[in-house]
Design a protein around this ligand. Structure first.
Ligand code: MLT
Length: 393
């Protein structure tokens, strides 16, 4: 037996596992420390009551042979797919067929697994800094990566490449920089993809944080995108489902590979063989967030996180730090003081302030000189973290 030696090319640990390990080691050595964790983008607010009630009802259905559920459709239940199309796309002028939406257990799995249906010799364009899942899963597959530098001068949206790429990962609002992309810039990426017969893998997990109507929530708001883009969405950051697990992926039937093969058909084939569907309970919970009550509750939760983001952003700026993001995103991307090494600043914040953030270098070379702070903590923790950071600067 031999292993997939591509795994030897990965960095030692997954970024958030590495941070968790360093934080655990610190905690073991300093059990009295009251850590504030603003590193991994994990939510803290309770789920919307509409989702809780729907999931309770769904659990009760399992108690009776008449309402019991076994395996569900690999693609997801129609009740959820219909709600997704009606609420997330139709109001933006996007028509989708039911079989263009695949419900999943979250965007992380799907952005990684999508590589199953794409050839290993595709050249992959990865924005840098980037959500490490895109890098790791392509390294595992043995694909060649080309990095697209993202920095303040290009608004963290990358310059349109002059060389050929087959696959391009884009994520807006961006993880980790919190940047957004304008309609015009996204249209330029779509134009590039159509010209190069490339596919854009568009991660829109944070679209619910957009509060400027001129910004696109979906890549399908751009003409031509249905011929060149797959979109990933998640209920994790919208409705607090990081632990519940539910998301979805849109693959238009008009999206074809160079040889004419339908990516929609291929993904369906892949899912039927490798995936048994997200749980009925989580899908009922997700459906409930589209009810008028659920929508209001989600808006309230996101409003809390956005208030944290605004507070953190403004407070750090007041301390003289250069800050990005945090306006249409739960992430604040902060220049380290005096260009301090990002892992060094991470350790200084951990040791001296007991605040956990994410070092920018962990997201790629162009993340060096920054740290990422999440607004997903509680309001109290966000305020306390800012006060502690102020003290050590
Ligand atoms: C992050 O912190 O970047 C995210 O929480 C990771 C994820 O969504 O998987």
């Amino acid at each position: 037996m031999r292993i997939n030696t591509n795994y030897h090319q990965l960095s030692g640990r997954y970024l958030f596992a590495e941070i968790a390990q360093q934080v655990s080691a610190y905690k073991a050595a300093h059990p009295e420390a009251q850590l504030i964790r603003l590193g991994i983008g994990d939510v803290t607010q309770p789920l919307p009551p509409a989702a809780i009630n729907a999931m309770h009802r769904a659990v009760d259905e399992y108690a009776d042979t008449k309402t019991f559920h076994g395996y569900g459709p690999e693609q997801g239940y129609d009740f959820l797919i219909n709600a997704i199309i009606a609420h997330d796309f139709v109001p933006r002028g996007i028509q989708l067929d039911r079989d263009e939406v695949f419900v999943s257990d979250g965007a992380k799995s799907d952005t990684g697994n999508i590589g199953d249906i794409l050839a290993v010799d595709n050249i992959v364009g990865i924005t840098d800094p980037v959500y490490p899942v895109y890098v790791d899963t392509n390294v595992m597959a043995g694909r060649t990566l080309r990095y697209i530098p993202c920095h303040a001068d290009n608004d963290f949206t990358g310059d349109i490449p002059t060389q050929h790429l087959d696959i391009i990962y884009l994520c807006y609002p961006n993880n980790p920089t919190g940047a957004v992309i304008t309609r015009e810039k996204l249209a330029a990426w779509v134009e590039y993809a159509l010209r190069h017969k490339a596919v854009i893998l568009y991660d829109a997990a944070y679209e619910a944080f957009i509060s400027d109507d001129s910004l696109p929530h979906s890549i399908y708001e751009i003409e031509g995108a249905k011929q060149c883009a797959i979109e990933f969405r998640s209920f994790s950051k919208t409705a607090g489902f990081t632990g519940v697990r539910c998301g979805y992926t849109v693959i238009p039937k008009t999206l074809k590979a160079e040889d004419g093969t339908s990516l929609n058909a291929l993904w369906n084939r892949r899912q039927c063989s490798k995936f048994n569907g997200a749980s009925y309970i989580s899908q009922r919970g997700a459906e409930a967030i589209y009810s008028p009550k659920g929508q209001q509750e989600v808006r309230d939760i996101i409003g809390r996180y956005k208030a944290n983001a605004a507070y953190i952003r403004q407070s750090l700026a007041d301390m003289g730090l250069t800050v990005y993001g945090g306006q249409h995103s739960p992430y604040i991307w902060v220049s380290t003081p005096d260009g301090e090494d990002s892992w060094h600043f991470f350790r200084r914040l951990l040791n001296d302030a007991n605040v956990v953030v994410t070092p920018g270098e962990g997201f790629g070379t162009h993340g060096e000189g920054y740290v990422r702070i999440t607004a997903f903590g509680t309001a109290d923790d966000s305020r306390a973290a800012v006060a502690r950071i102020k003290k050590i600067l």
